[in-house]
Ligand binder design. Structure first.
Ligand code: FES
Ligand code: FE
Length: 430
C-alpha cells in the first residue's frame, strides 16, 4: 500500500562534521548539508535582504533571494515595506523578473494573474472560467509574505519563520558595526541605492563569507596588491599594526582595526587615507551634527570589518551580502556606502570600492580565485578535515566576545562554525 506519510526526518549529528576547531570537508560539498543550511539558516533565522534607501518611495521594489527562495522587497502603496515570496499562487511562476523598479502591481507573465504591491491578488483575467470553488479561496491567493521583517539603521532583515528571537537579539553586539558606518554620515543616513557589483564565486557560500574576516590570508592571497602599493607609498598603514580579531557571538565576528586607527593622527578621515583638508565640508558637517569630539572619534575609528551572520559583511565603506546558489556556487553583491550630500567623499569612496571590489577589483578577484581553488581542492577527500586552530591557545574572553590580539588568528572562523553547528544541528520542521 502506498503511504502518504512524510518520511521521518533523518537524525542529523552535527558533531560528526564540526568539532571545535575542525570542520569536515563535506560541509562545503554535500548537497544534503547545503539543503539543510537552506532550511535551518536561511528559512529559519534572520537574513539581510535590502537597505531602506533602495525602496525609499512607495512603489519601489527589488528582487532578492533569502537563501534560494526568491523574494520581492516591495514598498506598498500603504507605506509598508514587505518581503513577498516571488511566486505566483496559480502555477508558481516567478512573478517579478526585474531587478528593481517602481510599480503598483506585478502581473504574472504566464497567465496574467495580477498582484498589488501589498501582495494581494487583484485581478484574474478571463474570470468567466472560474466557478464557486475558486471564489471561495480567491482571497487567500495573495503572494506569501515573510512573516517577520525588521530593520536596524536602515538595513532590512527578514525571517521566513513566524517564531524566533527578535532582530535585536539576533544582531547582539554586531549593531556596533552598523552604528559606526552611520556615525560617518552627518544625516545619520546612508544610501545604497546605486547598483551592486556582482560576483559569481565558484565556491561554497561559507568560504566566501568567512574569508572576509580571515586576517591570515592577506599577505599571501593579496601579495600582488601589497607589492603594487608598497613602492607607490599609497598606504599609511605601518607594517606592524595593532589589530585584533573578535568572535562577537551569534556567528558575528570582526577584524577590529580601531586601536590602530586611533594611533593615526587627526589629519585623516579614517584609515589614514583621506587628508581631512581635502574634505572640509564633510568634516564640518559631521562636527555640526555630532560635536567636534564625537565627530573626531567617528572619523578616527572609522567603519569596521564585520561579518553579520549569516550573509552580510561591512568592510570600511563597502557592504557585501551573499546568496548561496549551490554547494559550490555563490553570488556576492558589493556596493559602496554613499553619504547623502557628500559628493566629494562619495566619489573617493566609489573609486576605492570599484578598485577593490569591482569587476576587475584587486581584492575580490584574488578572493574569488582562491574560493574556486578551495572548492577544487575539496574534490580530494583526504585529509577529511579542515583546520581552524590558529590562535586557539591565545583567545581571551572579555565583555566584547572572544578576542585574539593576533590578526591572523582563526578566532572569527571558530565562532562562525560554532554558530553554524548550533543552527544546522537543530530540528527541522517539515
Ligand atoms: Fe501565474 Fe499562471 S502561473 S498566472
Ligand atoms: Fe581577501
Amino acid at each position: 500500500e502506498p503511504t502518504t506519510a512524510a518520511p521521518a526526518a533523518e537524525p542529523f549529528d552535527v558533531s560528526a562534521i564540526v568539532k571545535n576547531h575542525r570542520v569536515h570537508g563535506s560541509v562545503y560539498t554535500s548537497p544534503e548539508i547545503f539543503q539543510r543550511e537552506l532550511d535551518t539558516i536561511f528559512r529559519t533565522g534572520w537574513v539581510y535582504v535590502a537597505h531602506e534607501s533602495e525602496v525609499a518611495e512607495e512603489g519601489d521594489y527589488l528582487t532578492r533571494r533569502i537563501g534560494r527562495d526568491p523574494v520581492v522587497v516591495a514598498h506598498g502603496r500603504d507605506g509598508v515595506i514587505r518581503v513577498l515570496l516571488n511566486r505566483c499562487s496559480h502555477r508558481a511562476n516567478r512573478l517579478c523578473n526585474a531587478e528593481s523598479g517602481n510599480a503598483t502591481s506585478f502581473r504574472c507573465p504566464y497567465h496574467g494573474w495580477t498582484f498589488s504591491n501589498d501582495g494581494s491578488l487583484t485581478a484574474v483575467p478571463m474570470r468567466d472560467g472560474y466557478g464557486e470553488e475558486f471564489q471561495k479561496v480567491r482571497a487567500t491567493l495573495g503572494m506569501s509574505e515573510a512573516p517577520r521583517v525588521d530593520s536596524y539603521g536602515g538595513f532590512i532583515f527578514a525571517s521566513l519563520a513566524a517564531e524566533g528571537i527578535s532582530l535585536k537579539e539576533h544582531l547582539g553586539g554586531a549593531t556596533k558595526a552598523i552604528d559606526r558606518v552611520l556615525d560617518l554620515s552627518p544625516t545619520g543616513k546612508i544610501d545604497l541605492n546605486h547598483g551592486w557589483m556582482k560576483h559569481l564565486h565558484h565556491a561554497n557560500w561559507k568560504m566566501v563569507v568567512e574569508n572576509n574576516v580571515d586576517g591570515y590570508h592577506a599577505l599571501f592571497t593579496h601579495a600582488s596588491v601589497y607589492d603594487a602599493i608598497r613602492p607607490a607609498k599609497v598606504s599609511h598603514v605601518p607594517s606592524k599594526v595593532e589589530v585584533v580579531v573578535r568572535d562577537i557571538g551569534g556567528g558575528h565576528s570582526e577584524i577590529d582595526y580601531s586601536a590602530e586607527y586611533r594611533k593615526l593622527d587627526e589629519e585623516f578621515v579614517w584609515y589614514g587615507r583621506i587628508p581631512r583638508t581635502k574634505l572640509p565640508e564633510y568634516v564640518e558637517a559631521l562636527e555640526a551634527t555630532h560635536g567636534v569630539e564625537k565627530a573626531h572619534d567617528a572619523l578616527v575609528i572609522g567603519p569596521s570589518h564585520t561579518l553579520i551572520w549569516p550573509n552580510l559583511f561591512l568592510a570600511e565603506m563597502n557592504v557585501m551580502y551573499v546568496e548561496p546558489i549551490a554547494p559550490d556556487e555563490t553570488i556576492a553583491y558589493t556596493a559602496a556606502v554613499i553619504v547623502p550630500g557628500q559628493d566629494k567623499l562619495n566619489e573617493r569612496t566609489m573609486r576605492r570600492s570599484e578598485g577593490a571590489m569591482g569587476p576587475a577589483g584587486f581584492l575580490i578577484a584574488d578572493d574569488g580565485e582562491i574560493g574556486m581553488r578551495n572548492q577544487a581542492g575539496l574534490a580530494a577527500r583526504d585529509p577529511e578535515w579542515l583546520e581552524l586552530s590558529r590562535g586557539l591557545e591565545t583567545d581571551i574572553e572579555d565583555e566584547t566576545g572572544i578576542v585574539n590580539s593576533d590578526k591572523s588568528a582563526e578566532t572569527p572562523q571558530r565562532g562562525f562554525y560554532r554558530q553554524w553547528a548550533s543552527v544546522v544541528g537543530q530540528e527541522v520542521s517539515a
